[in-house]
Write a protein that binds this ligand. Structure first.
Ligand code: SAJ
Length: 422
């Protein structure tokens, strides 16, 4: 570790330099000497060469002005901050805590009395007490008196990560009050939002509640869209009207829920309980949306008698104006189209890496029979439909982002999910 030169004399080792760990490490490095540890040598090399491994507003400037050092090994420090991913085991619908466990095991040999260990990774309630404490105590130190332990779940939305890390309120759950108080000082160095201290198990639960709340509400919007189609009602107009009520705020329907959090975290609550029926149902509704979209597109294909159709997908990112494709609902939609032997062409102005070829706008639309909008990228709002050389002019919009009249004037048969006009 470099000689201590910062406002705060303590050193911090951030474990996991991904979407959360790296920006957090960079923010902390303004006041602390920060050391980054990641098992991926490519990420480590990039950081040490001042190359951002993924794009986020303000990240490049922060990295350039930071003196953070990264390595594939952990370093003796006063504070350890664990930001590794918690993948989801799809087969058994359970959190896979392997990375969190490995991160804890990696620091056990280098722990010193007085160290603070903070886990930011999303975990199932009880993980800190049942899994983290026994691992840490293998060091011979006692939790709560020799080593302090905290869970402080991350709360930053991709696309606004730095802004939210600085401005959002945070929940700090301590194994005891002393632990929470120590972590409070660390977060105070860069968080302008309020810091709320609670128990470690409550903090674990709160994180899952937040993402589950959003998932359930998106499922409700999706179910409203499906019902409105059955009833010949425009769901978008209906939601606008319902949201005029002072205590109603219905979210937007779409092609399903993606991202590494909302599409995953609710399952962490259902894994050990048979009583999470609403949460399970919401997950199933959202997971079924790509199939529902597929059935709607199929209806267009059949109605138009299109043989061997070519489908153009606008947007494979899991949400608008970002290039992140983790858990994207687009993948399931593509697989369903493939099973029908439809030709698929993809255009996404933000995504650079995807398991299927990405084309430019012209090549993706030339000779196509139907455009399907899966992501609400602002770019799609400004496309001039008159210049597209389609074989058949159909468009299905799952995000309600195009200007219907404009596309109709250009000769397109326009269908918007939940618009109830069929
Ligand atoms: N979506 C809809 N309709 C909506 C809103 C979202 O279909 O009305 C879809 C999006 O298109 C996307 C998915 O839901 O596929 C999730 O997107 P999101 O913007 O709701 O959330 P994430 O996954 O990008 O980030 C969430 C945030 N959690 C909450 O808002 C409660 C963020 O604050 C968390 O930090 C993040 O999860 C995380 O890392 O846990």
């Amino acid at each position: 570790m470099a000689e201590k030169t910062k406002k705060n004399p303590q050193t911090i080792c951030v474990i996991g330099l991904g979407y959360i760990g790296l920006p957090t490490a960079l923010l902390l490095s303004r006041d602390y000497d920060v050391f980054g540890f990641d098992i991926n040598p490519v990420i480590v090399e990039k950081i040490n060469k001042k190359v951002i491994p993924f794009d986020e507003p303000e990240m490049e400037e922060l990295l350039n002005s930071s003196d953070i050092q990264a390595s594939t090994h952990p370093q003796h420090s006063d504070i350890f901050l664990i930001c590794v991913p918690t993948p989801f085991d799809k087969e058994i619908k359970m959190a896979d805590l392997t990375f969190v466990i490995k991160a804890l095991e990696a620091i056990v040999p280098i722990l010193k009395e007085g160290n603070l260990v903070i886990i930011e990774s999303t975990i199932t309630p009880g993980t800190c007490e049942k899994i983290a404490v026994p691992i840490i105590e293998k060091s011979g130190f006692k939790i709560g008196t020799d080593i302090y332990l905290v869970h402080c779940p991350e709360r930053a939305i991709p696309g606004r990560t730095i802004h939210e890390m600085v401005n959002n309120d945070r929940i700090i759950g301590g194994i005891n009050k002393e632990s929470a108080k120590l972590a409070e000082q660390v977060y105070r160095s860069f968080v302008k939002g309020r810091l709320f201290l609670t128990t470690i198990r409550t903090a674990e639960f709160v994180k899952l509640m937040e993402n589950t709340y959003r998932d359930v509400n998106i499922a409700l919007a999706n179910e409203f869209a499906i019902l409105s189609e059955e009833m010949g009602i425009n769901v978008w107009e209906a939601i606008r009207m319902a949201n005029k009520h002072p205590r109603v705020n219905i979210l937007s329907p779409g092609p399903g829920v993606g991202g590494h959090c909302i599409a995953v975290d609710p399952w962490f609550l259902t894994e050990s309980s048979v009583n999470a029926t609403l949460i399970t149902t919401a997950r199933e509704i959202n997971d079924n949306m790509p199939s529902y979209v597929f059935s709607r597109v199929k209806r267009i294909i059949v109605k138009e008698s299109l043989k061997k159709p070519t489908i153009t997908i606008f947007g494979v990112a899991y949400k608008g104006d970002i290039g992140d494709v983790r858990e994207t609902p687009a993948l399931k939609f593509i697989r369903l189209c493939e099973r029908e032997n439809w030709e698929i062409k993809i255009f996404d102005p933000h995504v650079t890496i995807f398991p299927y070829p990405l084309l430019d706008l012209n090549r993706a639309t030339e000779g196509s029979d139907c455009i399907v909008i899966l992501t609400d990228h602002s770019y799609f709002k400004n496309i001039d439909p008159a210049i597209l050389l389609m074989r058949h002019k159909n468009i299905f919009d799952t995000r309600n982002i195009i200007e219907k009249n404009l596309w109709q004037k250009a000769g397109f048969n326009v269908t918007i999910i939940g618009s109830g006009d069929e």
